[in-house]
Write a protein that binds this ligand. Structure first.
Ligand code: PBG
Length: 333
């Protein structure tokens, strides 16, 4: 036997020590890739835990700045705000979405004053505000597209006027990106960006989020007439093409881990900034397994986030954002 003559190529050479592994790494993960979703609630006092999402809380306006401070200091570029609207303020038309003093608008004004360099993302959809839990208004028990879009335009303008930098329509109505862009522009809000939830699937993984916002109990039926069928991939490209054509600056794929193939296709087809949402159910699944000691927490967090980057995502909306940013900072030494 002639030792060393076979195999000529040994891929393990590039894995032999840490510095070589770092040098040949194809993908990077940094704090710049992290977006932190936050649940805002009415009332003051201690943040209240979301029972299905260990470690995640709903925070009142009096504690909001304190809650966000570490994220800002760590250099997380943007946070995404979601309101847990009091039931008494919900109605069939989602009227509270248009209130210039609703939770999101108050949070935006407060955070802009406190952290001017932190990007604020506002979710545009009516589900936190409707008593039936749908993202638009119901007509004959169907979520009416065009009437919903007319309200969403005004919701977007309301948020942007309060200081939201990036409007993120998550409603999946047809034509809403173009209408929202036109509405923003007509108010002179030309710098307000639009990150469209372009390929958003009707998913089982949103359950804990709906608990966090209290829209779960309320939801009548499901969202399958507007959110995408998990069976479809070509259709995601049509959704993205349409939103880009209507003026989206960035697009999103949601959920995340079960849809990394979609992230890859969107990235390779359009070469635009694409974000992925590691949604509440993914967080709950991972956090529960980590609590049980089944998955190593630090490695698990970083590996899943790196997976999004490898699939082509510019960034990830993740409830692990602050923890991941801490880990990345510690490893940078
Ligand atoms: C609302 C919205 C949802 C999420 C973000 N925006 C829920 C839904 O569509 O029912 C889910 C986020 C998560 O699960 O973390 N339009």
């Amino acid at each position: 036997m002639i030792t060393g003559s076979f195999p000529t190529t040994r891929l393990r050479r590039n894995r032999v020590d840490a510095w070589t592994r770092r040098m040949v790494a194809e993908t990077t993960l940094s704090v710049d890739n992290l977006i932190w979703p936050i649940f805002v609630r009415a009332g003051d006092g201690e943040p209240t835990p979301v029972s299905s999402m260990p470690g995640v809380v709903r925070v009142g306006l009096d504690r909001l700045a304190a809650h966000v401070e570490e994220a800002a200091k760590l250099g997380i570029p943007a946070i995404a705000l979601f309101p847990a609207t009091p039931t008494a303020l919900k109605d069939a038309e989602g009227t509270e979405a248009l209130n210039p003093d609703n939770l999101i608008c108050q949070a935006a004004r407060l955070l802009k004053a406190e952290f001017p360099d932190l990007g604020l993302i506002g979710d545009v959809a009516l589900d936190p505000y409707t008593d039936h839990g749908h993202d638009g208004v119901l007509r004959d028990n169907y979520v009416a597209n065009d009437e919903s879009v007319e309200i969403l335009e005004r919701q977007a303008v309301n948020q942007a006027q309060a200081g939201i930098d990036i409007i993120a329509p998550s409603d999946m109505m047809d034509g809403r990106i173009g209408s929202i862009r036109a509405a923003l522009d007509s108010e002179g809000l030309i710098h307000t960006r639009i990150m469209s939830y372009a390929a958003k699937y009707a998913s089982a993984f949103y359950g804990p989020f709906r608990e966090a916002l209290g829209s779960n109990a309320a939801l009548r039926g499901d969202k399958k007439t507007y959110q995408m069928n998990p069976a479809n991939s070509d259709e995601a490209l049509r959704e993205v093409a349409m939103d880009l054509d209507e003026g989206a600056d960035m697009v999103m794929v949601k959920p995340g881990m079960p849809y990394l193939d979609i992230v890859r296709r969107v990235h390779d087809t359009f070469h635009v900034p694409v974000f992925a949402y590691q949604v509440s159910g993914e967080y709950a699944m991972l956090a529960s397994a980590m609590e049980l000691g089944l998955i190593d927490r630090e490695r698990g967090i970083l590996e899943t986030l790196l997976g999004f980057r490898r699939a082509g995502a510019s960034g990830v909306l993740t409830y692990f954002a602050v923890e991941a940013a801490r880990l990345l900072k510690a490893s940078a030494g």
